[in-house]
Design a protein around this ligand. Structure first.
Ligand SMILES: Cc1cc2nc3c(=O)[nH]c(=O)nc-3n(C[C@H](O)[C@H](O)[C@H](O)COP(=O)(O)OP(=O)(O)OC[C@H]3O[C@@H](n4cnc5c(N)ncnc54)[C@H](O)[C@@H]3O)c2cc1C
Length: 306
């Protein structure tokens, strides 16, 4: 019996999927279109279709560093799945689809006796989102373990070395529309029990200092070039627990905003503006945001804060 051809990815496009369902903070209106490609071929087909429609494309991993507009976003939102979210071990390399969750990568690495990814235990994103943001914690980041990444963009699909990705503090060379479809991590042989022990220790440290089981989008601002990091600086500005609508600055860590009760993007932006204003007034520091804004959202320039 011959199998029926898979419905083409464009025919499987969904509409009106709310970003609130696709982001850890649970905020955001509908995307114009939403698609879940399983293969590089499907991804290329989608990107070509979106280009023909003049529709911008935004990839969302686990949506753990994203704040989307309440009114929605006029783009095609793409979430990688199937082969584009799978994980394989190849010797001392871990080869992950761009949409593979960090927790799955770490689990597979530990099972294979490969260390180096332990720092990612508390970063609730994907392999591809980690490349885009050069995710990091505890003094290590993606640039320490990424060997190369397969980028699918306007010019087609091509492998980029770590140097070409130009990974820096929450920075990469990726531009709008570039999709990280696959990532090769170079890891090192390590005893699984040691990996488990280090991960448990890092998780304990994290639980002592950051909000746990709260809807957040991770760090709001990058750490400024200052003796104080963004969290301690905003704490010193008296902002812990400060609220706007259904959002509040975490009483545990002032560089996190929690969706406490039906928060909107406007509530979160109001808190971000207040935080930047106070940091500017008290320390002369212009905090730069780490969270990615989607849709019609903008922070006022630091000099014109309300
Ligand atoms: C509780 C909590 C703790 C966190 N702690 C940390 C931390 O310690 N360190 C840290 O660095 N971050 C932290 N974050 C932020 C976040 O987890 C990271 O930035 C993560 O790497 C984002 O991955 P993601 O897949 O969820 O990307 P998303 O949040 O979905 O997207 C972030 C950006 O990456 C782009 N993107 C996502 N996937 C791809 C892809 N495949 N190809 C191209 N672009 C892509 C998106 O378009 C967007 O611009 C934390 C977040 C939370 C909620």
């Amino acid at each position: 019996m011959t199998s029926l051809p898979q419905a083409d990815i464009v025919a499987r496009l969904e509409s009106d999927v709310p970003l609130a369902r696709l982001t850890t903070v649970g905020i955001g209106g509908p995307a114009r279109g939403f698609a879940r490609p399983d293969t590089v071929a499907e991804l290329e087909q989608l990107l070509a279709w979106a280009r023909d429609q003049a529709l911008p494309v935004v990839v969302v991993g686990l949506g753990s560093n994203v704040l989307a507009a309440d009114s929605g976003v006029d783009v095609l939102v793409v979430r990688l799945s199937g082969l584009l979210a799978s994980v394989e071990i190849d010797g001392s390399r871990l080869v992950a689809g761009g949409g593979a969750p960090n927790a799955v990568c770490l689990h597979r690495a530990r099972a294979a006796g490969l260390g180096g990814m332990e720092f990612a235990c508390a970063i609730p994103g994907t392999a591809g989102g980690g490349v885009r943001m050069n995710a990091g914690a505890y003094g290590r980041d993606w640039s320490d373990i990424v060997e190369k990444a397969l980028i699918v963009g306007r010019a087609g699909a091509a492998w980029h070395s770590r140097d070409e990705l130009d990974l820096g503090y929450r920075h990469s060379a990726l531009t709008a529309g570039d999709v990280v479809a696959r990532v090769v991590f170079q890891l090192v042989p390590r005893d699984s029990a040691e990996i488990r022990r280090d991960v448990a220790e890092l998780n304990t440290r994290r639980k002592a200092t950051q909000p746990i089981n709260r809807r957040t989008f991770g760090s709001v601002f990058k750490n400024p070039d200052h003796a104080l990091g963004a969290g301690p600086m905003l704490d010193a500005c008296g902002l812990k627990g400060h609220a706007a609508g259904g959002a509040r600055i975490s009483p545990r860590h002032a560089n996190f905003i929690e969706n406490v009760d039906g928060a909107t993007a406007s509530d979160a932006l109001e808190l971000m503006s207040e935080a930047r204003k106070r940091a500017f007034e008290q320390y002369g520091v212009v905090l730069e945001r780490e969270v990615e804004l989607l849709g019609d959202l903008e922070l006022p320039p630091a000099g014109e804060l309300p």
